[in-house]
Ligand binder design. Structure first.
Ligand code: PEP
Ligand code: MG
Length: 871
C-alpha cells in the first residue's frame, strides 16, 4: 500500500486515510491557497504501527522519498547546517480531537543548524534560539514523555518577571542549555541532534499518542471509534515568531457562538503554533490585525471567503504570518454551538448555498436537545461578580472546584460542580466532562476550554480576566474583594458570559416555549428551528409517538408534535393511594374479595383513560395492560417479617396473613417473575377490568382511538387467551380497538411469525428486550459495572441508551420481517427508551418500523432524527 501522500496528491474526501487536517491541507493546496509544502503519512500506517509496534515495511523508505522531494523543492535539506529546512510533525485524525494529540514544531534544529536558521532570518539570533528551545521543550514533553512543568518552570525562572517579548537571544540560548540538561537528567541521554532521528521519533510519538489516556477519554466521550488511528502531517515550517511583522492566529468565517457572518478570530504577534489556542498570552482581535497589516488582513479575508464558498459551511482556520507573508496551516468545517448550527443552516439556505434537505442534515438531535435546556432568567437579580466571554451557551449552577480530581470526585457523589481554572489543557478533560460548566480566567473563544466545551455541549465562560484564580489555594477572587472558595456555589451563563455568586434561578428555553406554542417567533433561533422542523416533518417517514401515562404529559406530547401515544403504562396508575387496592387484589383469598377490589379500581381506571383520550382525541393511544414486577406492589418481605416477629404474640392477624401471602409470592428474580401477561393470566378479572375501563372510556370520548397492548408475551398461546377475552369485552361495549403485543422477550422476537397471527401490532419493548438478550439487569448493571465495560471497550455506549444493533437489533429486524410475513399490514413501533435516542431512531427507520415512541421532551429530537434518517 501507499503510506505517504504529498499535499498535492490528496483531497478533502480522503479524511479516513489522511485525517481531517491532512485531507484539508491537500484541498487547500489544490485550491491554490498558500500552504507550506509537505506530506501526510496515512492512518493505515498508524494502524499497522499500533498493531505491530513497528513501522510497516516500506514506510521508512517512502517517508525518505517524500522528504527528499520536499528538500529538492525547498532547495535545502532537513537540518542543513548553513541553511536548514525545518518541519513540523502534527497529528490529525479523521475526527477532530482538539488538543488531544501531539504536535512537534521546528524539527531539524540542533547546535549547528540553529546558526543557519539565524542567518536565514537575516541574522535574527533571538528567533533562532527561541525556535530551538521550543523544539527541545515540545520534543521533550510529547516525544520523550518528560513532565512539561520542568520546562515551564525553567522558563519562568529565566524570565524572572519579564514578559516573553523582553527576552533576548542570549536568554534563549541559556534556556536551550538548561533544557538540554533537563532532557539528559530525565532520559539519561542527550537530546537527539540528528534531524532524521528527530523526525522519526516524532512520527512514532504521534502514532502512539492515539492511545494516550486523554485521547482515549475524549473518543469515548465523543463516541469516536477506538481503532481508526491518526495520520501524521509533516509540513515545512513557516515562522510566526520571527519578529513583530510575524504572528500566528485562528479565525472563523462566522461566529461559532451565534452563526453571524463576520470576522472572528484571535491573533498573536511574534508567536508560534499553539500559543494562541493554549491561551498563554491574551490575544488581539482580527480587526486589530487589520490596523497592523492591512494587506495580510485583506488576503486572509479573501481566503476565508474562498473557503466558505468551497466548503459551503462555517470554516475555522489556523494561519501564520511570516514577515508579512500569510500562510494557511489548517482549515476544517468548524465546530459550533447548537444554536449556531441551526442559524447557520438556515442562513446558508437563505443565501442559496444549500437547500432545506441539506439544512436538516446539518443539525442533529443532540444539538436540538441542547437547545431545550433551561437557561437563566433575564432579570435574575443575581449578583454578577465578573464577565467573561460567552464561549459555549447554557446555564450552569454548581459548587466551584479548582482541579479535575475534585470535579470528578464531587460529581461522582452526585454534586453539581463548576470547574474553575486559569486555563484548561487536555489533562483537564475528565474534570470538564464531570462538571456542569467550565469557567476560565484566561484565553479567548478559541482557547482549549472554549473549543472543547463547545464540542461537548457544555456551558463555558472563558477569559474572565477580572478573576484571580488560585488553584493552589482552591479559590478565586473577583473584583470588589469577593472570594469564592472551593464548595461555594456559583452560576455561569455561557450565553452572556456572566458569572454570578450563588444559585441563579433558571427559566425554560425559548425553543421549548416554541414547541409549547408560546414561543417568540421573532427570535432568530426560534425561526431557524421552526423552518428546519417543518421541513423535517415533511421529509420523515417514521411517525413519532409519546410515552405518556397521564393527561398532562399527553397534552404536552401533543404540543411537541406527537402523533399518538405509543406507550401508556398503566401500572403507574396503581401507585399512591390505590396501592392498597392492588394489594387487596393480589392477596385476595376468595373470589368475592377479589371482585370487590377490582370493582373499586375500575372507575378510577376509566377516569384515567377518559382524560388521556380527551387529550389525544383523533390520535391513536396505545394502552398497555398492567406490567408490574409483583414486589413493587407488595410490602417488603423483610420489613414485614421483622414487624411480625417484634410484635410476637401481639402481632395482628392481618399482618400474619399478609406475611404468609408475601412469603408465598416472594420471588428471587421479580423481573423474570410473575409480571405482564403472566399476571393477567394468573389473576382472574384483572385484565378484563382494564379492558372494560378502556372500552367504556373510548365509547364516551368522541374521536378516541384505543389500541390495547399486552406486555411480556413470549408465546402466541399467552396472547391468544388475553386477546380472545379482550375482543369479547370490546364487542360487548361496541368499541373497535386494535389488540397487539409488546415484543420484549427474546422468544417473542424469535417466534414473531406465530405471534403475528394473534397480534394486530407489535411494539418493541427494547428495555426488557435488551435486559433479557444481554442478561443484564436493567436496574443494577449500569451502576455496577458498565463504567468498566465502557473502559474495556466491550461497548462504546450503554446498550440501554443506544440500541445494540448487532444483538438486540437483529432480534428486532427478524421479528419485524417475520411478523410482516404473517400479517403484511402489521403495525410496528418501538416504545423502549431507545425510541428517543438519535442513533436508535436511525436504526428504526432502516428496519422499516412505522413509528418510534419516546418521552415527551424527546419528541422533537425524534422528529428531527427521523428526517435525518430518511434523507
Ligand atoms: C420495555 O421493556 O422496553 C418497555 C417499554 O416496557 P417497560 O420499560 O415498562 O418494562
Ligand atoms: Mg418492558
Amino acid at each position: 500500500p501507499k503510506y505517504v501522500y504529498d499535499f498535492t496528491e490528496g483531497n478533502k474526501d480522503l479524511k479516513d486515510l489522511l485525517g481531517g487536517k491532512g485531507a484539508n491541507l491537500a484541498e487547500m493546496t489544490n485550491l491554490g491557497l498558500p500552504v507550506p509544502p509537505g506530506f501526510t503519512i496515512t492512518t493505515d500506517a498508524c494502524r499497522s504501527f499500533l498493531a505491530d509496534a513497528a513501522f510497516p515495511d516500506g514506510l521508512e523508505e517512502e517517508i525518505s522519498e517524500h522528504l527528499a522531494a520536499l528538500e529538492a523543492r525547498m532547495g535545502r535539506r532537513l537540518g542543513q547546517a548553513d541553511d536548514p529546512l525545518l518541519v513540523s510533525v502534527r497529528s490529525g485524525a479523521a475526527f477532530s480531537m482538539p488538543g488531544m494529540m501531539e504536535t512537534v514544531l521546528n524539527i531539524g534544529l540542533n547546535d549547528d543548524s540553529v546558526r543557519g536558521l539565524a542567518k536565514q532570518a537575516g541574522g535574527n539570533e533571538r528567533f533562532a534560539w527561541d525556535s530551538y528551545r521550543r523544539l527541545i521543550q515540545m520534543f521533550g514533553k510529547t516525544v520523550q514523555g518528560i513532565d512539561g512543568e520542568l520546562f515551564d518552570d525553567a522558563l519562568e525562572e529565566l524570565k524572572d518577571g519579564r514578559a516573553d517579548l523582553d527576552l533576548q537571544a542570549a536568554d534563549f540560548q541559556r534556556l536551550v542549555a538548561t533544557y538540554k540538561d533537563i532532557v539528559r537528567a530525565q532520559t539519561g541521554e542527550d537530546f537527539p541532534a540528528d534531524p532524521h532521528r528527530q523526525m522519526n521519533m516524532a512520527v512514532r510519538a504521534v502514532f502512539e499518542s492515539w492511545n494516550a489516556p486523554r485521547a482515549v477519554l475524549y473518543r469515548r466521550q465523543e463516541r469516536i471509534p477506538a481503532d481508526l488511528g491518526t495520520a501524521v502531517n509533516v509540513c515545512s515550517m513557516v515562522f510566526g515568531n520571527c519578529g513583530m511583522d510575524s504572528g500566528t492566529g485562528v479565525a472563523f468565517t462566522r461566529d461559532p457562538g451565534t452563526g453571524h457572518q463576520g470576522v472572528y478570530g484571535d491573533y498573536l504577534q511574534n508567536a508560534q503554533g499553539e500559543d494562541v489556542v493554549a491561551g498563554i498570552r491574551n490575544t488581539m482581535s482580527l480587526q486589530e490585525l487589520e490596523g497592523i497589516d492591512k494587506p495580510v488582513y485583506d488576503e486572509l479575508l479573501r481566503i476565508m471567503d474562498t473557503l466558505e464558498n468551497h466548503y459551503r459551511d462555517l470554516c475555522d482556520i489556523e494561519f501564520t504570518v511570516e514577515r508579512g507573508k500569510l500562510w494557511m496551516l489548517q482549515t476544517r468545517v468548524g465546530k459550533r454551538t447548537a444554536g449556531a448550527a441551526f442559524r447557520i443552516a438556515v442562513q446558508l439556505v437563505d443565501q442559496g448555498v444549500i437547500d432545506l434537505d441539506e439544512a436538516v442534515t446539518r443539525v442533529s438531535g443532540d444539538q436540538l436537545a441542547q437547545l431545550m435546556f433551561p437557561r437563566f432568567a433575564k432579570d435574575t437579580g443575581g449578583t454578577v461578580i465578573a464577565k467573561g466571554m460567552n464561549a459555549s451557551p447554557g446555564a450552569a449552577v454548581g459548587k466551584a472546584v479548582f482541579c479535575t480530581e475534585r470535579a470528578v470526585e464531587l460529581a461522582g457523589r452526585g454534586e453539581a460542580v463548576i470547574l474553575v481554572r486559569r486555563e484548561t489543557n487536555p489533562d483537564d478533560l475528565a474534570g470538564m466532562i464531570a462538571a456542569q460548566g467550565v469557567l476560565t480566567s484566561r484565553g479567548g473563544k478559541t482557547s482549549h476550554a472554549a473549543v472543547v466545551a463547545r464540542g461537548m455541549g457544555k456551558t463555558c465562560v472563558c477569559g474572565a480576566e477580572e478573576l484571580e484564580v488560585s488553584t493552589r489555594e482552591r479559590r478565586f477572587t473577583a473584583p470588589g474583594g469577593v472570594v469564592v472558595s472551593e464548595g461555594d456555589v456559583i452560576s455561569i451563563d455561557g450565553s452572556s458570559g456572566l458569572v454570578y455568586l450563588g444559585e441563579v434561578p433558571v427559566v425554560p428555553s425559548p425553543v421549548v416555549e416554541y414547541f409549547e406554542g408560546t414561543g417568540d417567533l421573532d427570535d432568530e433561533l426560534v425561526r431557524a428551528v421552526d423552518r428546519i422542523m417543518s421541513h423535517a416533518d415533511a421529509r420523515r417517514r417514521l411517525q413519532v409517538r409519546a410515552n405518556a401515562d397521564n393527561a398532562e404529559d399527553a397534552a404536552r406530547a401533543r404540543r411537541f408534535g406527537a402523533q399518538g401515544i405509543g406507550l401508556c403504562r398503566t401500572e403507574h396508575m396503581f401507585l399512591g393511594e390505590r396501592r392498597q387496592l392492588v394489594e387487596d387484589l393480589v392477596l385476595a383469598s376468595s373470589d368475592e374479595e377479589r371482585e370487590r377490589a377490582l370493582a373499586a379500581l375500575e372507575p378510577l381506571q376509566r377516569a384515567d383513560f377518559t382524560e388521556i383520550f380527551q387529550a389525544m382525541a383523533g390520535l391513536p393511544v396505545t394502552i398497555r395492560l398492567i406490567d408490574p414486577p409483583l414486589h413493587e406492589f407488595l410490602p417488603d418481605y423483610t420489613e414485614l417479617a421483622v414487624k411480625v416477629a417484634l410484635a410476637g404474640d401481639a402481632a395482628e392477624e392481618k399482618d400474619r396473613r399478609l406475611l404468609a401471602a408475601v412469603k408465598r409470592l416472594h420471588e428471587q428474580n421479580p423481573m423474570l417473575g410473575l409480571r405482564g401477561v403472566r399476571l393477567g393470566l394468573v389473576i382472574p378479572g384483572l385484565f378484563a377490568m382494564q379492558v372494560r375501563a378502556i372500552a367504556d372510556a373510548a365509547a364516551a370520548v368522541p374521536g378516541a382511538r384505543a389500541e390495547i397492548m399486552i406486555p411480556l408475551v413470549g408465546a402466541v398461546q399467552e396472547l391468544e387467551h388475553v386477546r380472545d377475552e379482550a375482543r369479547r369485552i370490546l364487542a360487548e361495549a361496541g368499541v373497535e380497538a386494535l389488540v397487539g403485543t409488546m415484543i420484549e422477550v427474546p422468544r417473542a422476537a424469535l417466534t414473531a411469525g406465530q405471534i403475528a397471527e394473534a397480534a394486530e401490532f407489535f411494539s418493541f419493548g427494547t428495555n426488557d428486550l435488551t435486559q433479557m438478550t444481554w442478561g443484564f439487569s436493567r436496574d443494577d448493571v449500569e451502576a455496577a459495572f458498565f463504567s468498566k465495560y465502557l473502559e474495556l471497550g466491550v461497548f462504546g455506549v450503554s446498550p440501554f441508551e443506544t440500541l445494540d444493533r448487532d444483538g438486540v437489533g437483529r432480534l428486532v429486524a427478524l421479528a419485524a420481517e417475520e411478523g410482516r410475513r404473517t400479517r403484511p399490514d402489521l403495525k410496528l413501533g418501538i416504545c423502549g427508551e431507545h425510541g428517543g435516542d438519535p442513533a436508535s431512531v436511525h436504526f428504526c427507520h432502516q428496519v422499516g418500523l412505522d413509528y418510534v415512541s419516546c418521552s415527551p421532551f424527546r419528541i422533537p429530537v425524534a422528529r428531527l432524527e427521523a428526517a435525518r434518517a430518511a434523507l
